[in-house]
Design a protein around this ligand. Sequence first.
Ligand code: ARG
Length: 458
Amino acid sequence: MKLWGGRFEKSTDALVEDFHSSISFDQRLYKQDIQGSIAHARMLGEIGVLTPAEAQQIIEGLKGILTDIREGKIQFEIGAEDIHMNVEKLLTERVGTVGKKVHTGRSRNDQVALDLRLFLREEIDHTQELLITLLRTVLNLAKEHQETYMPGYTHLQKAQPISFAHHMMAYAQMFLRDLGRLKDTRKRLNVSPLGSGALAGTTFPLEREMVAQELGFDGITWNSLDGVSDRDFALEFLSAASILMMHLSRLCEELVLWSTGEFQFVIMDDGYSTGSSIMPQKKNPDVAELVRGKTGRVYGDLIALLTVMKGLPLAYNKDMQEDKEQVFDAVDTIQKSLLVVEPMLRTMKVNKKAMAEGAKGGFTNATDLADYLAKKNVPFREAHEIVGKLVLYCSKRGCGLEDLTLKEFQEHSDVFAEDLFESIGIEYCVRQRHIPGGPSPESVAQAILWTEHILEQF
Ligand code: ARG
């Protein structure tokens, strides 16, 4: 017998039973569902819709169900559709008719909106913890490598020398913004929809604030239609998760590239690499690749839910049951990814020598040579032209700028003097970029301090 069976003459088709049931996945919300029902029942008792004894019976019954689910003693029923009706059915089986009163002034529509908000709030907190751990590892790498020089790239062509610390600090900024996005999502998410009913509130004088407070919300939703039909909070989470995955994916892409024989900038720890079933010599950065690949899943989750929501008339529609698997999948994917990227990064070896070697080639000091001329009053565009010619001259001879004689420099411009050689040394090039946000060791140290300061707010 269905909890809603009164107006039906026939039972649900067996195919439909299976098709529309969500218990196989929404059982993951059991804790939040029971938490919500306990707060609702307690409030019904306070306002006199239930007697204190009835409220107490319901609360005790719900607590017992919570323990039994935790201990794996409960077999959920597909026939009871979802977690909400499974719990209600169990309650009535345990405490009798009074259990049938728990749903007074409530609908599954506001119930499920509540459960998902409670669930996401917890998962956002946990995700933030994982992200902070990763960010601290990134900061530690930056602290260690302020004088580890490497080439910076644009178009994946060598551009200007930087330090490995500076490169890591770029990711620190990304992760800091990810933390901000999660915090922001949590703030908007943290209001209680309970009391919205099916769509039009309820005739019972529910104390919405009381329930909201008990459940740790900052307030309540202010439109009952929106209360049950809004999934912005899930979409905001999925957006933040997608951007976070994009950052992880870019980092992983660089690790894949850097661990190639051609680069050899890093050596991944054996624990985070795998071999080949045929090629005995192989050591592949599979973990980094898989994180890059899993980014697609999270984007998929976001696009799926955006698409589910886009054509829905107000208020609740069954389509919205499709929100949960996307949210669960994204939560699992970002948490597992964060969990594995942190130690992968922490245990990898940084090949300072290969990085420093790489920083030297490819005329990474050409801008600095142009700057040298510009500082001696040559208009920058002319300086650019002169250095361009010098680069061409070197390319034809297969050497670098630092390999030329003063005479060869002076054949291109008489502004050049002996001090030019200092200005094109790789370390000097980096040190001179001591602008805030720049790659010089002192600028990076400043950025680390600033980042640590912002991190204290989380
Ligand atoms: N299982 C449903 C969901 O996840 C719960 C709400 C169902 N409400 C309804 N009126 N059918 O969205």
